[in-house]
Design a protein. Structure first.
Length: 150
């Protein structure tokens, strides 16, 4: 199996960060690109939780989220991925699992490495990780995080 592109989806949680040593090791071993993907949830398509936001307000929220995501991705890449051959940052907007699966197919990713769950949850797999594992067209390496948090 040839591995030239590895996708590491992140939600910037401490759980997601636990996958980084594995990502770095795999990229160095295979001399592969790391594609770091952060997906901003599309709040415009959710039910209003406190009134309805105007289009301009939603655009400002997305703009702010993109700026913050760019800063966080830069920090992660410079702090953790310096020794890797190549890392490429991506930001998208929408449903995280759907966007990860689309990214895999559109960018011909060879492998995905992600934490078993995101920010918080009592189940061994987060819903995004579960959807990706069940529907991905490539191998998905899931990094357990629960034991370290207890």
């Amino acid at each position: 199996m040839e591995i030239k592109k590895i996708l590491w989806p992140t939600d910037f949680s401490r759980s997601a960060e636990k996958a980084l040593p594995h990502v770095k090791s795999l990229t160095q071993k295979y001399d592969a690109e790391i594609h770091v993907l952060y997906v901003i949830e599309d709040t415009a398509h959710h039910e209003p939780w406190y009134g309805v936001f105007e289009k301009e307000r939603v655009e400002k929220l997305v703009e702010r989220a993109q700026k913050s995501a760019n800063e966080r991705l830069e920090q992660i890449c410079s702090k953790y991925l310096e020794g890797c051959p190549m890392y490429i940052r991506h930001i998208d907007i929408g449903d995280p699992a759907r966007k990860i699966l689309d990214f895999i197919d559109q960018n011909k990713v060879d492998m995905v490495v992600m934490a078993t769950r995101g920010e918080k949850g009592d189940f061994p797999f987060g819903s995004v990780t579960e959807k990706v594992i069940k529907n991905a067209s490539v191998p998905v390496v899931s990094i357990p995080t629960k034991e370290d948090e207890e």
